[in-house]
Design a protein around this ligand. Structure first.
Ligand SMILES: [Zn+2]
Length: 339
């Protein structure tokens, strides 16, 4: 069963919002755009993996945890998918690569060749083995009984041409998406000995979910983009013009004459992705281009955010779910897996 769902990565939502709120001539515009394209491809690969794991995800004795970020001794490590059973733990690393992908153990690298352009990446097997080591340390620290841990690198792009620098290099734990479920089932058949009773498996799974720490960072930390460089205001859902104007309880677009009742929701979502976890009435007025304190108050109240402080000096807090919950309103087409 799926014990932890996969969500659209915050970084994708952040980059999408950032692109809408920077002028195309900004010196980092293209960097952010290509970063976004890479991350979307990675996410598409992860959705492909989910599709390939449909059958085993129905099994109540197999816990599947997606997108884990755990801390050990002040260091964080990320696991694309973790599979937990009574007999075996599996760490899965997903690669969604176009072109030719050559594994080179001699220099511990992977070379991607696309349209005559070569690019080096870290070796995916080294990467997933490192995650395994950190997971073992994490389990030890959390007093989880010892259990065998296996790793798999899953290549989810069907058109990837896989290669090695020499014929002697063998990578039994690199599999194609279409074969991953079969491989997992054969690993589970091979590991017959029970290490954790199912009750314990569920406990460990809950612990992993509880200790998951999503990375929350803003454009100033990632790209050095300051708040003043971003265009504020409510964006027109029809023509994407910024800013819309508030008139008679609605948002009006001066460009296409479009009208919206709730376009501020996605503007506040952008605020939570680009500027801060929290907002005050004054900051909301500035960002949404509102004159009226009362209108801003009504809007903030309608968002059902947790608030702290006195009536006239309230701070409203976004949760890290605010972004993904309202994600359907973005122009993103990332949510659908392609087959
Ligand atoms: Zn418009």
């Amino acid at each position: 069963m799926i014990a932890k769902n996969r969500e659209i990565p915050r970084r994708i939502l952040m980059n999408e919002a950032l692109i809408e709120r920077l002028t195309p001539i900004h010196y980092l515009f293209q960097v952010i755009k290509s970063d976004l394209a890479k991350r979307k491809a990675g996410y598409r690969g992860e959705l492909q993996l989910d599709y390939h794991l449909q059958f085993i995800s129905k099994d109540k004795n197999i816990m599947i945890l997606n997108d884990l970020r755990l801390e050990i001794d002040g260091r964080y490590f990320q696991i694309d998918t973790l599979i937990l059973t009574s007999n075996l733990v599996l760490v899965l690393e997903v690669k969604h690569i176009s072109g030719t992908y050559t594994l080179d153990s001699r220099f511990d690298q992977a070379i991607r060749k696309l349209e005559d352009k070569e690019e080096a990446f870290s070796h995916p097997v080294t990467q997933v083995e490192r995650q395994k080591k950190l997971l073992i340390r994490w389990f030890t620290k959390m007093n989880v009984s010892s259990i065998p841990i296996a790793t798999l690198v899953v290549m989810t792009n069907r058109s990837t041409v896989l290669n090695t620098t020499s014929q002697h290099e063998k990578y039994p734990n690199v599999v194609r998406g279409g074969n991953v479920e079969e491989r997992i089932l054969s690993l589970l058949t091979y590991h017959q000995k029970e290490y954790l009773p199912i009750k314990q498996v569920r406990k460990v799974s809950n612990l992993l979910v509880k200790k998951h720490t999503p990375l929350i960072a803003f454009p100033d930390e990632i790209y050095g983009i300051l708040p003043g460089e971003m265009i504020t205001g409510v964006q027109c859902p029809e023509c994407r013009h910024l800013p819309m104007l508030r008139k008679y309880g609605h948002w009006h677009c001066p460009k296409c004459s479009g009208k919206s009742k709730d376009a501020h929701i996605s503007a506040l979502r952008d605020y939570s992705l680009l500027l801060s976890h929290q907002i005050t009435n004054k900051k909301a007025r500035k960002f949404l281009h509102l004159e009226s304190r009362k209108t801003a108050l009504n809007i903030l109240r309608s968002m059902n955010l947790h608030s702290t402080g006195e009536t006239n000096n309230k701070t409203y807090h976004f949760t890290h779910h605010t972004a993904s919950q309202t994600a359907h309103q973005s122009n993103s087409s990332t949510a659908k897996p392609s087959r």
